[in-house]
Design a protein around this ligand. Sequence first.
Ligand code: ADP
Length: 970
Amino acid sequence: MPPDDKSQKRVEKLFSELEKISTLREPQMEGESGVKGESQPAHDAPAAGSEMESLLLRIRQLEAQIKESDQRADAIKAQSAASALIYEKEEVGYAYSGEKILPLRSVKLSSSENTLQAPLTASGETIGEMKVEPRTERTWTVEEANMTSAVAQQVSLQIQNLRLLAAAERARAEAQAANRQFTHQNWESFMDGIRNSERIGYVYDQASVVPFEESAPEKPDFQETVNVLGEHVGNLFLKTNPDHPLTGEDKELVSAVARQIAQQVENLRLLADASRARANAEEATRRLTRENWQSFTTQKAGALGYAYDSIQVTPFGNTRAPRNISIEQPLSVRGETIGQLTVAGLKNVSPEALELANNIAAQVSAHIENLRLAEQTQNTLIVTENLYTASRAITATSNEVDTMKELVKYIDHTELDRIVVAVKVSDNPVTAHVVAVWDREGMEERFLGNRFTDQQIPLVSHMRINEATLVSDFNDAPHIDPVTQKTFKMLGVLSAAILPIATSSELLGWMLLETTHQLRQFTTESVQPYVTLSGQVATVIQSQRLFELNEKRARELETVAVVSTTASTTLDPDELLQSVVDLTKERFNLYHAHIYLADESWSTLLLASGAGDIGRQMVMTGHAIQMNTEKSLVARATRERAALIVNDVRTEPDYLPNPYLPDTRSEMAVPMISGDKVIGVFDIQSDVTGYFSQEDANIYTTLALQVAVALQNARLYQEQSATVAQLRELDRLKSSFLANMSHELRTPLNSILGFADVMLEELDGPLTENMNNDLGLIYKNGQHLLHLINDVLDMAKIESGKMNLNIEKFNLQEIIEEVTSITSTMASEKNLALFIEPDSDHEVEINADKIRLRQVMINLINNSIKFTEKGKIAIHVAREENNVLISVKDTGIGIPMELLESVFQEFTQVDTTTTRKVGGTGLGLPISRRLIQMHGGRLWAESSGIDGEGSTFYVFLPIEAKIEEEPKVK
Ligand code: ADP
């Protein structure tokens, strides 16, 4: 065997022996933590190095592409104007006309002077208008005007409720949408595109996320930049509905979303880093010919060398260095000597052996370097992977304390003794509340829940939101104020890194990394990962806070809507107030809620309703507060007309405790204002201190306002129904009185008429001319009186519901003919043509009260004759499906348009002088109309009001009378 081959064999054996040793131990790593080195590995390593380089290059490329596409997006004009509507458009108006509700567009509103107008208002602001037009031209009564404004008030309230409900729903939907976007998974897949570098943007139109292929809008309504570690990586554009500009809150939400995106981008970068590091590590490890060589370096400390005696490899240990050294070959990496290969006991050293030793030394050096590299990459991987896992875990938390606890979990505490995370709970004084602690000695409980103000740690109010404060030794820290130093020393802290937990604009808390046993030199680099992490924590917390706030507000608005809707639909004031306090207590999760109402003289506030049994009990005992009671919160709110809050009743010197409500800790009194009057106070209480905020005051003020209006309405309604009931009773009494009276009057009148008739017939002897004239007058006036009494009797009968119809089947034509023949004498006396139109329907048979219909027709025709001087009276009958339309048309003086309806009111006559001439009671038409209505039909008049053009009266009757059981009471 040639010496070369032999040496080759030996070298191979040496390697395999070394490998055996290495597999005996678990691979263990130690040494410096991963500082990312761009070092060029020796020998086999260049390939791995160059691959790392190309990976890095690729990532830079991708980043550049993202940036470029953003710029492109910025530069090119937006083409598409189609924007998702955020808020629905509201209908502009409705009209109620002729039993129909129509959108306002299709109804023409004539604006005559007679139109009643009432504004629709919401929180004192005019939001619309209600107009009421009369069917005919007539003036409105004061009651009608009042009624209109009451209706308008109700409508306003309802509109406001609907708006509140819509707002609540909208807020909830928005919060939900925001939350959906916050969920990690969505964004992960959403942002996946960044890594693929293909898609440059996305559009979210409230339904789905789709790639955005067009360019970014040139002039977005709102824009927010997406920054990762201070670098601008993208933009968030928003299109808004021009009718609903973004509020400050909306903008805050958008900023939060932008930060969230940034965080995800950063996460993805971290993930990319981690996978890159992993790929690098794998690559490097693969390139190592023997994978388990880590143990080799592990033993650096214990065994500085290995000996090979041509049989086996043994660790060098403490054995003495060999003597009789034949070859000494340095092991070097990039010119640095890191060890030595020593061959001992060779008799003579051939140049081949030297060459071989040189080769071995070079190979061993390369391996050692590779191992070092692998270790380093592994460390980088651990840090970035850790950071990524931490960031994922933090994003997945749903409340502040969990977030902070998660943060503590992911901090490497090998070189720390204590980790403290505190949340800023107040600005004045700046107060830190400790929410998460890790302590090497398990003393977490000692620190958890502690509060520190800037009195104890002035540093907290001086810290910048983007700067960590590093203290290597609290005994020698000239850059830290003495009070802070003292506090930290008192807590046993030697060194500390104090990192702000802050968004770009707001400080939310602090993270403290501390040592208590030995000094530690914190460096900006060593805390850098935690600075990144605390930035993410801040973003997550802010999103959580915003989300909670939104949720809370949506819930509250919803409750306001529910409570006030209930209030506005309850007509009994007591029931209304009771349901308001019960609902409020339950929905807002309060300790107690009650309502005091001011008395007439505004001197006493009387408890009107209280939630639950306690509330009812207090109402029963007649609990009241004098308006001028200095200390009473309720009385003060009434006097000051403003919502007042006491956030800790135990510290309030003026607080009047209520023995019924021992657990009250905070209280708010909100005045209930209707119009410009405080009608009462809405008082709510919580058993939690500091429960009510200014925001709550606004919400409860809205609620109190609505309840006040609803209460006023309910009271009005109650008053009105009482009045209506009284009026009904009065009407009934009047009618029955009239019915009786008429009867009593008719009997003597009949004998007066009878005897006058007998005398006029000269059955009792001859009369002088004067006597004849006088008796004629008596008879004529008696007739008139009888007529009047008959009409009054009819009217009274109808009004008191005693008019009964006697329905039978008959031919309409017969009745019309009978009536024309009865009235024809009167018509011919005035030379008027009275006839039935030839094209009339002669066959119609109807079911109705024959006598009453005849009465109506006689009345109509008589009127026509009375108010017509020349011309004709034409009667027409036409069948219309299951109805019949009878018209009586004359050529008389007509009726002014605005009086076409009033002639149907009792005792109304167009011109009293005319009527006096022609006679009449003013009761004929009202009675006729009632009779027709009782049949289920209608009676109305049409006229141009011009003398000579006359008027037409229409009777519209169902073929089968639809008997109206209870005649309507006017
Ligand atoms: P009266 O007994 O006075 O006729 P009515 O109730 O029948 O009472 O009519 C009320 C008023 O309506 C009359 O006084 C008159 O002014 C008006 N009127 C009724 N019918 C006619 C008509 N055909 N033409 C003009 N005016 C009429």
